[in-house]
Design a protein. Structure first.
Length: 129
């Protein structure tokens, strides 16, 4: 195989190695949140701090879990714990590393400051089942 052929395959190999998420990830904004609720979409609010190891562990679990096809309608909204205090307080949050699950407009569960992979996966599954 020529050097040109191998270099042509490199971008394809890199794409195959990158994780594909079925869920949509975005920073929280009220208009998008309201639209997702009106559409009856499964929604996860992730109150996240960049310096929080529990938040980082939760993020890894979420990203691993939502690669499955059943999460193709899930939208994950991240709220910045350090910069959006009035916003996360409006959701009744007391600390970072809080995950809030919605099915449309209905809150169906929350996890606070927990890294248990099975419980996070169960919370995510409850939104799409």
């Amino acid at each position: 195989m020529s050097r040109f052929s191998l270099s042509a395959l490199l971008p394809v190999a890199m794409l195959a190695a990158a994780p594909a998420y079925a869920a949509e990830f975005r920073d929280f904004d009220q208009a998008s949140f309201a639209a997702a609720q009106a559409q009856g979409r499964p929604i996860l609010i992730d109150v996240h701090a960049w310096w929080c190891p529990v938040c980082a562990s939760q993020a890894r679990t979420i990203k691993r879990t939502v690669t499955a096809r059943e999460y193709d309608r899930l939208i994950v909204f991240r709220i910045n714990y350090d910069k959006q205090k009035p916003l996360w307080r409006s959701f009744g949050v007391r600390k970072q590393a809080t995950l809030i699950a919605y099915r449309g407009r209905q809150e169906i569960g929350r996890i606070e400051f927990m890294t248990d992979k099975e419980k996070i996966a169960a919370l995510l599954a409850s939104m799409v089942s």
